[in-house]
Design a protein around this ligand. Structure first.
Ligand code: V47
Length: 377
């Protein structure tokens, strides 16, 4: 672990006042955030983020054994950032039956998953009752599995489409078995950018409003930011500070996940892919600005396992999980595998000099016998 008072060599001396604040555990400002994003001194930024990360989590890196299910890719929105959503008339579009969803979950249960991550397109015909039946069926069959399901965008769509108050949508989902919500769909809150990349989605204030309501009802969630398209450094800092302000109010965010834009097969295909430098910087700046969000996740599907491993020394304390069947990033050109075995995650984390801790969705330790588990996944 880093010695807290070691004197680091900073190439970019403008960062020294930020280091002072980090050492005094003072909150960073909008200007600090923009300075961090504009600086090329990645090692200095990573050093500071690592100080904070080790102060919060010591040497531990968290992971979980989970599975993604995307029940449908039919989506009424046509977001330029997305390669996943399809129109109902598209011959390649799919919608799973409830039996399909439950069968995938059964496969996961047999592999010892503790969490299902369920998100999909904005399907014009699937009703709130259908989603509730899906959740109820999952809870009945697999009561031990945490159901982390539906983005703020999907919940807002159900409310609007079927003219049901937001609060009632959330209440009915929770009664049916919803345990918490993932962080997707936040994209970037800047109105200017949102109009271009995801015009058909709820705006940033609405995303935050659904999160506020969910948190007030005791439903925790994650949060994300999509970077590496047409946003500016100021847009990114603004997004992070709006998440931080809501967290001050509700305390309901558990984990923040920066999401690198993957342009393949999207209308924004002409944009360059993000670089390793940008991916690490987004992890580190988030750890420094989001002083009130407990965890920063380096999502290996999005960053590649190798970069997600390095990120464990640049501010991240989580690497996500086994995932098993990822579609959203793979439709947009991700070249990683769609899932990873538990043993591989352990290896990556250990080779970064961190202590792997399997967690459940609420970051409680999961104890398993390594030998029994090796047979399963
Ligand atoms: O909501 C869509 C984004 C999200 C693209 O909460 C794209 O634990 C990049 O939210 N390139 C899905 N990104 C992923 C997500 C997530 C992942 C892992 C863990 C958690 C969690 C949440 O990915 C979408 C959208 O924001 N996205 N298309 C694309 N072409």
């Amino acid at each position: 672990m880093t010695t807290p008072l070691a004197a680091p060599v900073f190439d970019d001396a403008r960062l020294l006042p930020v280091l002072e604040k980090v050492r005094r555990q003072e909150r960073l400002s909008l200007d600090d955030g923009v300075l961090l994003y504009r600086s090329h001194d990645l090692l200095a930024i990573g050093y500071m983020a690592n100080l904070v990360r080790e102060r919060m989590h010591g040497n531990v890196t968290f992971f979980n054994v989970n599975r993604h299910i995307n029940p449908t890719d039919v989506c009424v929105a046509s977001c330029k950032l997305c390669a996943f959503g399809k129109k109902a008339r598209d011959p390649n579009a799919y919608t799973m039956s409830l039996e399909d969803v439950w069968a995938r979950a059964a496969q996961g249960a047999a592999e010892g998953i503790t969490e299902l991550h369920i998100v999909g397109g904005l399907h014009p015909e699937l009703t709130l009752d259908w989603y509730c039946e899906m959740l109820r069926g999952l809870k009945q069959r697999f009561p031990q599995i945490h159901l982390k399901a539906f983005t703020m965008v999907e919940v807002a769509y159900l409310a609007r489409r079927f003219r049901i108050p937001l609060e009632e949508v959330l209440r009915r989902l929770r009664e049916a078995g919803l345990d918490s919500m993932p962080g997707g769909g936040a994209e970037i809150f800047s109105e200017r950018v949102r109009r271009i990349i995801c015009d058909h989605k709820i705006d940033g204030n609405e995303w935050l409003e659904v999160a506020r309501l969910a948190h007030r009802m005791g439903i925790q969630s994650n949060c994300t930011m999509l970077y590496g398209h047409i946003e500016t450094e100021e847009d990114r800092v603004d997004h992070l500070l709006r998440l931080r302000a809501l967290q001050d109010e509700t305390g309901g965010f558990v984990t923040y996940i920066p999401l690198a834009f993957h342009p393949d097969n999207t209308p924004l295909e002409h944009l360059p892919k993000t670089t390793g430098f940008a991916d690490l910087k987004n992890i580190a700046v988030a750890r420094l600005l989001l002083d009130n969000i407990p965890h920063i996740k380096a999502y290996w599907i999005m960053m590649t396992p190798k970069m997600a491993q390095i990120a464990q020394r640049f501010g991240a304390d989580d690497i996500d999980g086994t995932v098993v069947e990822e579609r959203i990033y793979h439709d947009a050109g991700a070249t990683t595998t769609q899932g990873m075995r538990r043993a591989e995650l352990l290896h990556l984390i250990r080779m970064a000099g961190r202590e792997p801790v399997e967690r459940d969705t609420q970051y409680r330790r999961v104890e398993r016998s390594e030998t029994t588990f090796a047979i399963l996944v």
